[in-house]
Ligand binder design. Structure first.
Ligand code: FUL
Length: 430
């Protein structure tokens, strides 16, 4: 049984492609989920009343008149993000404080009643336009929890929430992702009631209906949060994915997203600074390198710009990644594979030192590998490659940093899998 299960198919980029197409193993991703996963890194932008009031969670009573960016430039955001290798951006159209950054018909608590462009501004629209102009995917975050609205907790609020999604979908689609967010209920201003309200998030918001509104214009949109998600939270806001990371959850395909801010806060605070290059590189290895997508947040400042300190750091980070993964030292290897034991052997033309491996499964056919080992052949013997990473799952992409070591051959042995292993690509770097 095991023997049969551990056959290897090597599809796509490797030279020894198999002749027979292996059968998929359910669950498999939708084409939309595959496309989304290939984005790998995209940006979050948190901006709103909190920015101007030095807060993370506004109570819902901060005056709309305090929203007053002096040099807001959405094109600067988009061009900065593009220079950092980001392929999309998700914007906080409304955070928990309930303030809407587009001129909505649903509430007065919005940009129309701010000094920005004398009440004629529309940050959601301006960002949407800049994204279209520069070929960047666009997404929105609309907090279901609204600490401003008097009706929060009643059916009336749910109607208003769905109406807001409808407005956003009608005006700014298509979206590549829509964020419903998980923080729900609690204390708030609620039209002056200043009390604590609790709701049952699983039933209250009617997320299925909300999702259908998004999908009517953007069938490709990934849904984050709520009861009908197509992607899932990694479980922390530290940029830390797990070494064992399945996109298969309870029989469904539900890939992971790592959300983390380049600064300690999600919103801009004068006394905070961006993470170091080393911290950001670790975040990359621990997210994209562990079968997850990276949603990296950039707090926009009171001027309405991404601070240059942050953009310089993020560009430096992107360039460091590009440089590290520029030359695949395994691209000319001769590849052989066997079924018993289930393994792939890569032979180099001359002894080669590697410090990093990138493994990819053909996820369109399902995620399969559960455990593997990596070894190098040098001077007549096989030796394990030393790594701090657990070599368990692979999925869309797994990056394994190893102690630099010279080898004539590299061996990947599959110890346990949900079915015949189907690899898409293996590459190696120094
Ligand atoms: C959380 C929120 O409570 C935070 O303020 C932030 O927006 C983060 C991305 O999601 O649930």
């Amino acid at each position: 049984m095991l023997k049969k299960y551990l056959r290897i198919f090597v599809i796509a980029l490797l030279s020894t492609a198999c002749t027979k197409q292996p059968a998929p193993i359910d669950p498999i991703p939708t084409q939309e989920q595959v496309n989304w996963q290939q984005l790998e890194t995209y940006a979050f932008i948190h901006f709103g009343l909190n920015t101007f009031n030095d807060m993370e969670w506004g109570y819902g009573d901060t005056p709309a008149s305090t929203f007053n960016p002096t040099a807001l430039d959405c094109e600067q955001w988009v061009l900065t993000l593009k220079a950092c290798g980001m392929q999309g951006v998700i914007f906080t159209a409304k955070h928990h404080d309930g303030f809407c950054l587009w001129p909505t018909e649903t509430t007065d608590y919005c940009i129309k009643n701010s000094p920005y462009k004398d009440g004629h501004g529309d940050v959601v629209g301006e960002l949407c336009e800049a994204c279209r102009k520069h070929g960047m995917s666009f997404g929105l975050y609309l907090s279901p929890w609204d600490r401003h609205q008097a009706s929060y907790g009643t059916d009336e609020y749910v109607k208003l929430y769905h109406q807001q999604i409808q407005e956003l979908a009608d005006r700014y689609s298509p979206f590549f992702e829509f964020w419903f967010d998980g923080a729900n209920g609690g204390d708030g201003w609620y039209g002056g009631a200043c009390e604590t309200r609790s709701i049952d998030a699983d039933t209250y918001y009617e997320f299925e209906k909300a999702r259908d509104v998004v999908w009517a214009h953007s069938p490709e949109a990934m849904i984050f949060g709520g009861t009908v998600p197509t992607i899932r939270w990694i479980g922390n806001e530290k940029g830390l994915g797990n070494t064992t990371q399945w996109s298969v959850v309870d029989g469904a395909w539900l890939p992971s997203e790592v959300d983390v801010s380049i600064r300690p806060g999600w919103f801009y605070h004068d006394n905070e600074s961006p993470k170091s290059l080393e911290q950001l590189l670790n975040i990359y290895y621990q997210s994209v390198g562990r079968n997850a997508s990276l949603l990296l947040n950039f707090p926009v400042n009171c001027e309405g710009r991404i601070p240059s300190e942050d953009s310089l750091r993020a560009v430096e980070w992107h360039q460091a990644i590009e440089k590290r993964f520029a030359h695949d030292l395994m691209k000319d290897c001769k590849v052989t594979h066997h079924d018993t034991p289930s393994e792939m052997i890569f032979t180099f033309d001359e002894p080669t030192t590697l410090s990093c491996l990138v493994l990819q499964e053909q996820i369109a056919l399902g995620q399969r590998v559960e455990r593997f080992t990596i070894s190098r052949y040098r001077n007549g013997k096989w030796l394990p490659l030393e790594t701090n990473e657990e070599t368990t799952t692979i999925g869309y992409k797994r990056i394994i940093r190893v102690k630099p070591a010279e080898m004539e051959q590299l061996r990947i042995r599959f110890i346990k899998a949900r079915g015949p292993v189907v690899m898409k690509k293996v590459s190696g770097y120094r």
